[in-house]
Design a protein around this ligand. Structure first.
Ligand code: HEM
Length: 328
């Protein structure tokens, strides 16, 4: 616990000392707090409004927005490349087939174009919306700097090498995160996003084996057997591809530290979740986060700032799109 607190404390010092200008993680330009203070002061209000109104009619929206950010930032940096439509763009990769929340970003963008045309980037809207998704589900409110610009490159073949798969080993996850400037602690803390949202049955099939009578049995013994049976019931043979299970079987609509308590109880949904408890490098930290929600929230704030700063584009290297789905 002391080690974890020391790490969090160091992170806070770093964050405070860079309160006004925040360099991006993994290359790119700088971001500023209150970047739109003069040019579009209502930006945070408009985004919050779009997230709140969409989520009140569809509670699955916050999870979708948070995953949208993750998958956007990890490929070309946080530049809304994931939103570009076309035959060969990132959205066409199977890992992005179930990405949702795009309509919420489009809604905020439409309102912002009316208020302050060609001023606010889709990349900033994605970051703010993910931040708000966490807050409205009970997580911490994290002030984030803005000033990201939108990328012009979105290529399907760039997705696979940059997105984590549920079958990844700890070393593979650590390596990929480190290429984004994210540490082992960031990996553990950001995985806490799985405290909200859902997964399609196809995403957990690797933990089960289909027997000759068409039933599933557990092949992955790291999973609690009662939990495994619940999952099999929810995802029987021949289930519709649209069926989902909650990432967090206990409090799926609440952003809390239940994810880590689930891990402690061998109820990590994906093998990549269970790996965090099994691995000696993270086991103790899982325990600390399971026992201390405040510690999770403080750590989340620091890691989220790093996630939203990956490879940001500023200046002339990118643009402010008029529509998030297409370059200008
Ligand atoms: C570290 C390894 C990770 C792996 C292997 C992983 C994998 C997955 C998979 C397979 C799904 C289910 C997709 C579906 O079936 O529709 C999912 C859902 C989700 N992931 Fe992750 N993820 C990881 C980390 C993260 C991170 C870092 C974040 C955000 C900071 C995140 C946020 C989410 C959210 C919120 C959902 C629920 C989406 C929804 O409700 O539509 N994940 N993840």
């Amino acid at each position: 616990m002391e080690t974890t607190r020391a790490v969090v404390f160091t992170n806070i010092i770093i964050a405070v000392s860079s309160l006004f200008i925040v360099g991006s993680v993994s290359g790119g330009g700088s971001l500023f707090f209150n970047f739109y203070g003069n040019s579009c002061p209502a930006v945070e209000f408009v985004v919050r409004n779009a997230v709140t109104s969409s989520s009140s009619s569809d509670p699955s929206i916050p999870g979708k927005l948070l995953r949208l950010l993750f998958h956007d930032c990890f490929v070309e940096g946080c530049d809304a490349s994931l939103m570009l439509r076309g035959n060969n763009t990132e959205l066409n990769d199977p890992a992005n087939r179930s990405i949702g929340g795009l309509s919420v970003i489009d809604l905020a963008k439409r309102d912002l174009e009316m208020l302050c045309p060609e001023t606010v980037s889709c990349a900033d809207i994605i970051a703010l919306a993910a931040r708000d998704a966490v807050t409205i589900t009970g997580g911490p409110m994290i002030p984030i700097p803005t000033g990201r610009r939108d990328g012009v490159v979105s290529v399907v073949s760039n997705v696979r090498p940059n997105i984590v798969d549920t079958s990844f080993t700890m070393d593979q996850m650590i390596n990929l995160f480190s290429t984004k400037g994210l540490s082992l602690i960031d990996l553990l803390v950001l995985s806490g996003a799985h405290t909200i949202g859902a997964a399609h049955c196809s995403s957990i099939r690797s933990r089960f084996q289909e027997t000759s009578n068409g039933k599933f049995t557990l092949i992955d013994k790291t999973l609690d057997s009662n939990y495994a049976n619940d999952l099999i019931q929810q995802c029987p043979t021949g289930v519709s591809p649209s069926v989902t299970v909650n990432n967090d079987p206990e409090t799926s609509l609440v952003f809390d530290n239940q994810y880590y308590r689930n891990l402690m109880n061998n109820k990590g949904l994906f093998p990549s979740d269970s790996a965090l408890l099994i691995d000696g490098r993270t086991r103790k930290l899982v325990e600390d986060l399971a026992n201390d929600q405040q510690l999770f929230f403080e750590s989340w704030g620091q890691s989220f700032l790093k996630l939203t700063s990956i490879g940001v584009k500023t200046g002339d290297e990118a643009q402010i799109r008029r529509f998030c789905g297409a370059t200008n």
